[in-house]
Every structure is written in structure tokens, then in C-alpha cells.
Design a protein around this ligand. Structure first.
Ligand SMILES: [Zn+2]
Length: 391
């Protein structure tokens, strides 16, 4: 009895996995025949045919005759029905919240950015998010039924299963039951993830699909990382692997939010730039990072030196990641991309100087191509793959 139950359980998992994979292959190819689907997914013709029938019946996939054939009958092509359902993808950052609505092809339908105005009251901020989401949905004449789910990316440690943001030090939020709060409001499926992990998925899926070993380094007020090993996002035992922002670089360094001294993020984040400028300028007036970036770009030598210094410090952490994981690709994302021209040479100099050459030879260093939207793209991908299993 137990055995057959386990077997049944397994077959359901495999069925869901196949369905999600087939849908993804159709989405990625744009238009594809059933035969090509068997080749790409490795599923049998019967499995493809069954799942495609389900997807068509439920309205997620449509048939078209646009296929190219070398004479004879044109094979019927399958395409995603992009307007069957929509997804909300939300990224909570330290000073603002991005809300993006995607269609099923993961094309941006509409987006909005709202500032975090109530630093100490997450409930009020989330109410603003809900208001904005309702507004965006109404503007597109969509009902809640038209939504497949909501993905929420946060800059902190999470309990993914329970959907709790446990601690976001730079944001100051603790034990926020994100999943429950969103479900109570919308009664839709919700997925919570860390922003750097979501960004790693976004960058890999949409820009570097062939890179199986890569690390996304998200540098904002703090530093978060998403690690993809052998083609899979690595979460570790706690689900929070990749916190390279808290590797200790200087045992006697500045105190970090985590309680330790000299973590990488105290030396290589955007907060470091803001604090360093405040200290060096001998002024009591704290400038925002945007103002500092602008003055630096206008040629202020003191600020350019801070940019270069932060570049060297970023390089130190990257040396540790390269030596520890030997990835094929490092993608630097987050707000720091704004000053990439001032940090790139310093990073490379540091890597050439200190990384193990056997690993350094194999790694490429890039800046994020998704212009601050890597995490929301990643969340959209996660939510579609997960939700399609349950149609
Ligand atoms: Zn720390």
C-alpha cells in the first residue's frame, strides 16, 4: 500500500514537471511543433501529445499553421497564448518597490515604481503596493481571475516554504509574513524569494541560458548573491546559501548589520560609497547615492577615487567567489551598475592580481543586461513554471 502510494506520488511529480517543461519549451521557442518538443524536452511523443492537449484545452497554448516545412504538409505549430493569464512580479528594494505585470510570454505589460515612504511600517508600504496593483490591473481591464500568481523578491533572509521574510537588515524589516499578507489580500498563489536569487534566475533564463555555473552579485545598499551550480539554483540547507555579502574581509573592519565586523558588504556596497563620501567631505549633509553618482560622473576627483576604491573592494570579494566556486560567469547587478565604467578596471586589476589563475582563466565578468529588472524577470519565470503544474 505504502509503496504504491509512493509510486503514485512520484508519477504525479513527474507529470507536473513534464507539463511545466513542455510549456517552458514552447515559450522559449516562440513556435514549435510536437515533434520538436519531444526532441527538446526528452519526453515521449505520447507524453507531449497528452500535455499539449491539456494546455490547449485550458487555453494556455494555441495551434497555428505558420510552420516552415520542406514541402508537403506544414507541421502544426504550437504557441503560447500570451493573454490567457498574467503575473505580478514585485521587487522590494531598500528605498523603492518595483511592480511589474507580465504576460505569459514574460513580456512586460505595465510597470510601476513606488518609493518606500514609511520606513518603519511595512504594512503601510504594502498597502500602497496593493493600491498600485489594483490600479494597474484595472487600467488593463483585468480581473483577479486573469492572474496566475504573484512573485515577491526581497533583499534579505527568508523562510521560503512559509513565505516569511525573516530579516532584511538594510530595509529594517523583520519577520514579515509576506505570503500570508499577499494571500489575504488577493487570494492568489504567491511565491517569495530572495532578490539576488531571483535575479540570478532572470539573468540566466533570459540572457545566458547556456551558462550552467554562474553567480549573480547584486550590489545595492548591501550585497546579495544567487549561485547557479550545474544548471540549478543552489539554495543550501537553510535555503539561504549565497550570502557572500557577509564573508569577512577585514576582521577589524566596520560593524555590519549582521553583527560581525568587516563583512564584504561593509566595504563594497553602495552604502560604503555614501558613508565614505560623508566622511571624506567633512560635511554633515548626507548626499543620496544618486547625487554622489552624478557629481562623480561630472568629474569630481574625490568621488572618482571612492568609486575606484569600491571597485578594488568588490574585486576582493569576487576573488573569494572565483577561488571558491570556479564559475564560468559572474554577473554584477544592482544599483552599482550605474558606475560600472569607474569600477570595472579596478575589479579586473584585483582579479588578475589575486584570483587563482586556473579559475580566473575560465570566468567571464559581466554587468547585468536586464537593467534593474533581473529579479522581476526571475520571479515571473519562477511563478509561471510553478503555477503551470497546477492548471
Ligand atoms: Zn555581515
Amino acid at each position: 500500500m505504502k509503496r504504491s502510494k509512493a509510486r503514485l506520488g512520484n508519477s504525479i511529480v513527474i507529470r507536473k514537471w513534464n507539463l511545466s517543461n513542455i510549456f517552458k519549451a514552447i515559450r522559449k521557442q516562440g513556435s514549435i511543433s510536437r515533434i520538436e518538443l519531444t526532441e527538446i524536452t526528452g519526453c515521449s511523443a505520447g507524453t507531449v501529445s497528452n500535455h499539449v492537449r491539456t494546455l490547449i484545452k485550458k487555453g494556455f497554448v494555441i495551434e497555428t499553421k505558420k510552420g516552415i516545412s520542406s514541402g508537403g504538409r506544414k507541421p502544426i505549430q504550437l504557441m503560447i497564448n500570451p493573454h490567457k493569464a498574467y503575473i505580478f512580479s514585485i521587487e522590494i528594494e531598500v528605498n523603492q518597490i518595483k511592480i511589474v505585470m507580465f504576460d505569459l510570454e514574460i513580456k512586460v505589460i505595465t510597470k510601476s515604481v513606488i518609493p518606500i515612504t514609511y520606513k518603519d511600517d511595512y504594512q503601510k508600504n504594502l498597502e500602497q503596493v496593493f493600491f498600485e496593483m489594483d490600479k494597474m490591473r484595472e487600467e488593463k481591464n483585468l480581473k483577479l481571475d486573469n492572474l496566475l500568481g504573484i512573485g515577491v523578491a526581497v533583499p534579505g533572509l527568508i523562510d521560503k516554504e512559509k513565505g516569511i521574510l525573516e530579516f532584511a537588515p538594510n530595509l529594517g524589516w523583520k519577520n514579515v509574513y509576506i505570503l500570508k499578507i499577499f494571500k489575504d489580500k488577493f487570494n492568489l498563489p504567491v511565491i517569495l524569494d530572495n532578490e539576488a536569487k531571483a535575479a540570478a534566475i532572470g539573468e540566466r533564463e533570459f540572457i545566458y541560458p547556456k551558462m550552467d555555473n554562474m553567480v549573480f552579485i547584486s550590489i545595492n545598499e548591501g550585497i546579495g548573491c544567487g549561485v547557479i551550480l550545474n544548471g540549478e539554483l543552489y539554495r543550501g540547507a537553510s535555503g539561504n546559501a549565497g550570502e557572500f555579502g557577509h564573508i569577512i574581509i577585514d576582521n577589524n573592519g566596520l560593524v555590519c548589520h549582521c553583527g560581525n565586523k568587516g563583512c564584504w558588504e561593509t566595504l563594497a556596497s553602495e552604502s560604503y560609497i555614501v558613508n565614505r563620501y560623508l566622511k571624506l567631505s567633512n560635511s554633515n549633509k548626507e548626499l543620496t547615492k544618486k547625487e554622489i553618482y552624478q557629481i562623480g560622473k561630472n568629474g569630481d576627483k574625490k568621488i572618482i577615487e571612492i568609486f575606484n576604491e569600491v571597485g578594488r573592494n568588490i574585486g576582493i570579494g569576487l576573488v573569494n567567489i572565483i577561488n571558491g566556486l570556479s564559475p564560468e560567469l559572474l554577473v554584477i547587478g544592482g544599483g552599482i551598475v550605474e558606475i560600472k565604467d569607474y569600477i570595472y578596471d579596478e575589479i579586473i586589476k584585483k582579479l588578475e592580481e589575486s584570483a587563482l589563475s586556473i579559475s580566473y582563466k575560465k570566468v567571464e565578468i559581466k554587468f547585468s543586461e536586464l537593467a534593474g529588472l533581473a529579479a522581476v524577470y526571475g520571479m515571473a519565470d519562477l511563478i509561471i513554471n510553478e503555477r503551470i503544474k497546477f492548471i
